[in-house]
Design a protein around this ligand. Structure first.
Ligand SMILES: NC(=O)C1=CN([C@@H]2O[C@H](COP(=O)(O)OP(=O)(O)OC[C@H]3O[C@@H](n4cnc5c(N)ncnc54)[C@H](O)[C@@H]3O)[C@@H](O)[C@H]2O)C=CC1
Ligand SMILES: O=C(O)[C@@H]1CCC=N1
Length: 257
């Protein structure tokens, strides 16, 4: 299989290119990278193809990954023939992607792709075969976990949630650190404490179904200081504020491109 990544030196495109090479899913001679800035001598230590333009990338690819911003989709003018096309773009629906021909699959990675820990759900249009799905899962599996969703609406919901990757945990860390610094703790100490909560403690939440709820309940049942904090945060609108944020992201996804 020969893969072409449009936007292959961007955030997610480079995470995919690097992962498929490092995991041995593809040999470098079967990877083509198109970007706006031109060829690089080394692509994560490998020599890959750098087609001069989109037509060049199409001609040397069996599978095309679209890792460009949604705003750049209209101007791309992709005509993919009968190739498998995997789009990472938020908010560009199957109805619009269909204009490129090809067998379309939409996938929604997140920034953890850069460390091989993305959760990447996908949906496939009619005409995508079992073999296409296996190809997509091999590629997406190189940078984390992947699974198929039953419909496109669910992929759009994931755009707001798992697509955001570390963004909400980072916001939480900021609030935790600000609470401490506003009360006299040195900023670097506050940051260490907040990052421990957001980065290290989540490893204690199990992988089983209901694990997050069970962890919250454990602290509520403990009935100590954390239970008091959790209840007050809920009563002050913690959950509705987060839900409003996710709703806004979903609305933006519908208009982004
Ligand atoms: N960054 C993230 O955490 C996530 C991003 N996405 C989606 O993935 C897609 C890619 O996002 P990022 O990697 O963050 O964007 P990015 O801005 O880092 O990379 C996009 C790359 O595409 C290149 N590009 C644009 N038009 C081009 C063209 N015509 N030919 C060749 N290269 C072109 C740009 O120069 C840039 O390097 C977006 O559509 C985004 O909605 C989805 C989930 C998470
Ligand atoms: O913030 C963004 O636009 C990207 C796309 C989906 C999630 N993150």
């Amino acid at each position: 299989m020969r893969l072409g990544i449009v936007g292959g030196t961007g955030w997610l495109g480079s995470a995919l290119g690097r992962a498929v090479l490092e995991k041995g899913v593809l040999q470098p001679q079967n990877l083509s990278i198109l970007n706006r800035t031109g060829p690089q001598d080394s692509y994560f230590g490998h020599r890959v193809h750098w087609p001069a333009d989109l037509a060049g990338l199409i001609s040397e690819s069996d599978v095309i990954v679209l890792s460009i911003r949604p705003q750049d989709w209209e101007g791309l003018g992709l005509l993919a023939g009968d190739r498998l096309v995997i789009s990472f773009m938020a908010g560009i629906g199957m109805n619009r992607l269909a204009a490129c021909g090809g067998r379309i699959l939409r996938a929604m990675p997140n920034a953890a792709a850069a460390i091989g820990r993305s959760y990447t759900p996908f949906v496939a249009a009619e005409g995508v075969s079992a073999s296409d799905r296996a190809t997509a899962m091999a590629l997406l599996g190189a940078f984390g976990a992947t699974e198929e969703l039953p419909d496109e609406a669910q992929l759009d919901l994931m755009t707001a949630v798992s697509g955001a990757g570390p963004a909400y945990p980072a916001l939480l860390a900021m609030v935790l650190a600000q609470f401490l610094t506003a009360r006299g703790v040195a900023p670097e100490v506050a940051e260490r404490a907040a990052l421990n909560v957001v980065r290290d403690c989540p490893a204690l939440i199990g992988a089983e179904s209901g694990a997050a709820g069970a962890m919250v309940q454990t602290f509520l049942d403990y009935a100590g200081t954390t239970a008091a904090g959790l209840l007050a945060a809920r009563n002050s609108g913690f959950e509705s504020a987060l839900t409003a944020g996710l709703d806004a992201a979903l609305t933006r996804a519908a208009n982004v491109g």
